[in-house]
Design a protein around this ligand. Structure first.
Ligand code: AMX
Length: 434
């Protein structure tokens, strides 16, 4: 069957039963102890959320519905033989837990294209902002303007029962995912290309069209965009953009409201904006030392960055404890397509130099590089050199993970999210009495 929504309609009752059984049979099983450190440490290590579409193992990295990135690159349908996965295939996998056929992926590509018309007022909203506004601000304003067409908001207002709310959620999420490439590329062309926007090409897949509308038609860039969107789509539930989308959605805010919140979280330098910061940092090294930088010069530069009170963007992670597989597959891509790129060669050297220094600090739990160390230089290589724009592409990709989980949140009838907070006084008193 080529229709994604009817596949979901079949899957949902069995997953609802599964959740009911889990609750009734194991509802009282303990999952660990919460320490004061965890409360003060950004809730690290507290299991507190259901997230069906993906799971991060600290050593192995992300698995989308059980499949690692190398496995996804092997089994998901591609546009080019032996090439990068089509993100539509990943979306299908995230939503159904099943690897789609090429025909199913092609049908989903067409469905997304058919849903991709952006109402004119969205562009007017973006145009109302100064052209100097950060691309993420323009992007998120565009998403808020898309919200006007929310089917969820309409259906909720008309009293649609809770058991059916997943359907308008599905409509909104697919429309949102479909409309982000034209909105994102509009922002790019407005800021950097004198506002000359480019129409979608009906013959192209989702990521290729995104690249095309940005103004990049090199087949290697199309492959890069397919890889980029696939690996940035989802990273379990606790990271800021995913968690925010899920949290806001739990108030039954519609998918546009929820996802705009995700994107605002992604715009923080410790999260998605790290790809901008990491590339700016690489460029600053070349500017200061030239591209023939020695290992000792690099070590000095890293220490200088740290001593000035900055973090080394693109390294470290809240959950991972090894090199991010999303870094590694981008490295593979670079080795295949751009081994001579000076920024890639610099990053390869930093891959040796930075981890021992971060380890020496004695406090960094993971000294290894993450996804954001690598993504910017690949885009830069093919001409998308406007670093400030890069996080927008992360945002387009993240809609697939946040959107898929939002559909399941509503299908499973997950409740309002509302963890308990306490004051320092409460903690002091509690600990005194222990
Ligand atoms: N450079 C310098 N210091 C670092 C560091 C880095 N790359 N990574 C961690 N540290 C420091 C922290 O700032 C913290 O210092 P403090 O106690 O003085 O405040 C200490 O090491 C302990 O931090 P941690 O437990 O190892 O990490 P965390 O879970 O608190 O934070 C992260 C994780 C990603 C925010 C952090 O590693 C960081 O700031 N990295 C650089 C920014 C970055 O690349 N972010 C992108 C992450 C991936 C993503 O979300 N897209």
């Amino acid at each position: 069957d080529l229709d994604l929504k009817s596949q979901l309609r079949e899957l949902i009752p069995e997953q609802q039963d599964r959740l009911k059984k889990l609750k009734s049979e194991h509802g009282k099983v303990q999952l660990g102890n919460i320490t004061v450190d965890m409360v003060l440490g950004g809730m690290r290590g507290i299991i507190g959320m259901l997230w069906e579409t993906s799971l991060v193992d600290p050593e192995e990295g992300i698995r989308f519905r059980g499949l690692s990135i190398p496995e996804c690159r092997k089994v998901l349908p591609t546009a080019v033989e032996g090439g990068e996965p089509l993100p539509e295939g990943l979306l299908w996998l995230l939503l159904t837990g099943k690897v789609p056929t090429k025909d199913q992926v092609d049908a989903l590509s067409k469905e997304l294209l058919a849903r991709s018309t952006v109402p004119a007022h969205v562009y007017k909203v973006i145009d109302a902002l100064p052209v100097t506004a950060h691309p993420m601000t323009q992007f998120t304003a565009g998403i808020m303007a898309l919200q006007v067409e929310s089917e969820f908001q309409k259906a909720y207002g008309n009293g649609l029962p809770k058991s059916k709310l997943w359907e308008p959620t599905y409509e909104d999420c697919l429309n949102l995912i479909a409309r982000l490439p034209p909105v994102a590329s509009y922002v790019y062309r407005r800021i950097f290309k004198d506002g000359k926007s480019i129409e979608a090409d009906d013959s192209l897949d989702y990521a290729a069209n995104l690249s095309h509308m940005l103004g990049f038609d090199d087949p290697r860039m199309l492959e890069l965009m397919r890889l980029h969107v696939t690996i940035h789509a989802d990273h379990e539930g606790g990271n800021i953009s995913s968690h925010t989308g899920h949290l806001v959605g739990s108030a039954l805010s519609d998918p546009y409201l929820s996802f705009a919140s995700s994107v605002n979280g992604l715009a923080g330098p410790l999260h998605g904006l790290a790809n901008q910061e990491a590339l700016l940092w690489l460029k600053s090294i070349i500017q200061e030392t030239g591209s023939d930088v020695t290992t000792d010069q690099l070590k000095d530069y890293v220490w200088k960055t740290l001593k000035s009170g900055k973090v080394v963007h693109g390294f470290g992670h809240g959950v991972l404890r090894r090199t991010d597989p999303r870094y590694l597959c981008q490295r593979e891509f670079a080795l295949k397509y751009l081994p001579e790129d000076p920024l890639f060669q610099l990053l390869s050297k930093l891959y040796e130099v930075v981890p021992p220094i971060l380890t020496e600090l004695g406090k960094v739990k993971n000294p290894w590089p993450n996804v954001d160390a690598h993504s910017g230089l690949l885009l830069n290589h093919f001409g998308l050199s406007e670093t400030r724009y890069h996080t927008v592409l992360f945002g387009v990709s993240r809609s697939m993970g946040v959107g898929s989980q939002l559909i399941w949140d509503r299908a499973l009838g997950l409740p309002l999210e509302r963890p308990k907070s306490v004051t320092m006084e409460w903690l002091e008193n509690y600990c005194k009495n222990k």
